[in-house]
Design a protein around this ligand. Structure first.
Ligand code: HPA
Length: 270
């Protein structure tokens, strides 16, 4: 995998992209976050050697490079999920590439189902920690020490300084943000009411099908992660309703403007 990653990073560097300040991974329905970027380049994933190509509606596949204020950002517009059939290593390949482009700070967004009874649809939650309940692990197998250590410390998977700055930005912009624990399941089924109950019982506030593999790989390479989740449906006892990908996309759209403001202001000041 080392050689492929270097090859891909070299290709991207040769297109004039080097040392961005932030890597950003956009979740379901949040694609318009790119509207606050002064875009310099859009590279379809299909043009990038060794890059996977996303298959989920609402996840278009482009690498976008540009500026927000005086910060350079590299955005993955379209991410890769385990449920699509990618291995964990394939799904997290772009995060490894980001590291070799010089990126140290990663911002990851997603849509999720809220199980904290105080949450409602359209809430924005800063991810303070996660529970990995996916059936596979991106670091499963022989460890390549060039990326990072065999045993990875996860005591601060989500960077405290980034969280503090995001909370400050939210306050200054009058945007209410919740905080909590994200639990990852493989999907692609949404949870049964009993599964939502389990998610709550084991200590999570929200559940989704992404993010955790990317954060694990980022931490393997000692990168700083900020995770933000949009609550698009509820897995709260008595409030569980039919949920669809379309409903998830629509709920995410509803809060997109505020999320864009948050991200934009965060990137400018961090
Ligand atoms: N469960 C899992 N993944 C999700 C959900 C959910 O309720 N909502 C959005 N992504």
């Amino acid at each position: 995998m080392w050689n492929e990653i270097q090859q891909t990073a070299d290709y991207i560097k040769n297109r004039g992209i080097d040392n961005p300040d932030f890597g950003i991974i956009l979740g379901t329905g949040l694609g318009n976050l790119i509207n606050c970027i002064d875009i310099k380049q859009t590279i379809p994933y299909a043009e990038i050697p060794n890059f996977p190509v996303s298959t989920v509606p609402g996840h278009s596949g482009n690498l976008i490079y540009g500026a927000i204020g005086d910060k350079k950002v590299l955005v993955l517009q379209g991410r890769f999920h385990y449920y699509e059939g990618w291995t964990m290593q394939q799904a997290t390949f772009p995060v490894r590439v980001m590291k070799f482009l010089g990126i140290e700070n990663v911002i990851i967004s997603n849509a999720s189902g809220g199980v904290n009874p105080t949450f409602k649809v359209g809430d924005i939650m800063i991810i303070t920690d996660h529970i990995n309940m996916m059936p596979d692990h991106p670091l499963h197998g022989k460890n390549d020490e060039r990326f990072g250590p065999r045993f990875v410390d996860m005591h601060e998977a989500y960077n405290k300084k980034m969280i503090a700055t995001l909370k400050k930005v939210a306050k200054e912009n009058n945007i209410v943000v919740k905080e909590g624990v994200y639990l990852a399941l493989q999907g692609p089924t949404f949870e049964t009411p009993a599964e939502y109950r389990m998610v709550r019982l084991v200590g999570a506030d929200t559940v989704g099908m992404s993010t955790v593999p990317e954060v694990i790989v980022a931490k393997h390479m000692n990168m700083n992660c900020l995770g933000v989740s949009v609550i698009t449906d509820l897995g709260i006892e008595g409030k569980v309703e039919e949920v669809s990908h379309e409903a998830v996309q629509q709920a995410a759209k509803g809060i997109e403007k505020q999320l864009i403001t948050l991200m934009e202001e965060f990137i400018k000041v961090y």
